[in-house]
Design a protein around this ligand. Structure first.
Ligand code: T5A
Length: 242
């Protein structure tokens, strides 16, 4: 553990890691698709740990509640970025790193790209500052594949609203931002994909769930195939989240 307080020095990066993250704006279908992908991978005999951010560990979930209820907003965007990072440090240590170390596939619904996009845009925080925070919090524990579900914000927010009306919930901290914010957010995720094309795949999410799932499966199965010999069928099934 380094003196910086992050978790960058704790993982054996020589082992092959299967760390998949899902990113994108509101209502793109991440929760739907991570569930479908988990089922498909488990059906293939992989052990899968499905988790989410903010949250994914006991302390991470407490920070989630604080931020998404809006209690973090008065502290400002940079403080929120720090809070997301604090939750991420615990999440990595308690959930993600142990799962990766035992050879499970970790699927995480949002991760550090969300801090880059949401806090970077909302708070107009300098990209260098966000990068420094990211390095301190996650070190080398980066996802090896990121699926960005791309959707026009009008459609994504309409889906999120319809779901909320169905369950009688309240608008959360970021859904309540204006349309300009959500358009900038979409651009920010697409920019991340351009900057890191080896890691990121953009998938159009304004289509039927089974079509989106099929395209995701094509990406994931291709990504896994070179490692199939050493990884697939003999892994135990199981999941500790969701
Ligand atoms: N955040 C997070 C930051 O600001 N910084 C950070 O560092 C991190 C990690 C998390 C919030 O925190 C912010 C981002 C977020 O605002 P959340 O409650 O976890 O909040 O919400 P989101 O991650 O935004 O996810 P949502 O629940 O809003 O949407 P999903 O998961 O993308 O979509 P899903 O699958 O729940 O689907 C939404 C609705 O659409 C339907 C579903 O049935 C559901 O009703 N649907 C479809 N309908 C038609 N066609 C399809 N293809 C559909 N797929 C799903």
């Amino acid at each position: 553990m380094g003196s910086g307080g992050g978790v960058g020095e704790e993982t054996d990066m020589t082992a092959p890691l299967h760390f998949i993250t899902f990113e994108g704006g509101e209502g793109g279908g991440k929760s739907t698709q991570v569930g479908l992908l988990r089922s498909r991978l488990e059906g293939e005999g992989f052990e899968v740990v499905l988790t989410r951010e903010p949250g994914g560990s006991e302390r991470g979930e407490k920070i989630r509640e604080f931020i998404l209820s809006g209690q973090g907003k008065p502290y400002g965007a940079f403080a929120e970025a720090v809070l997301f990072s604090a939750a991420r440090i615990d999440h990595l240590r308690e959930t993600i790193i142990p799962a990766l170390q035992r050879g499970a596939i970790v699927i995480c619904d949002r991760f550090a790209d969300s801090t880059r996009a949401y806090q970077g845009i909302l708070g107009e925080i300098e990209p260098e500052v966000i990068s420094a925070l990211e390095r301190a919090a996650i070190g080398e524990n980066r996802p090896t594949l990121t699926i960005i579900l791309d959707i026009p914000p009008e459609i994504g927010l309409a889906r999120a609203n319809a779901r909320r009306e169905g369950v009688g919930g309240a608008v959360d901290r970021f859904e309540g931002e204006d349309m300009e914010f959500h358009r900038n957010l979409r651009r920010a995720f697409l920019d991340i994909a351009k900057q890191e094309p080896e890691r990121c795949r953009v998938i159009a999410a304004d289509r039927a769930p089974e079509i989106v799932a099929q395209e995701i499966w094509q990406v994931v199965s291709k990504w896994l195939s070179p490692k199939e010999g050493e990884s697939g069928k003999d892994r135990k099934q199981g999941s500790q989240y969701g």
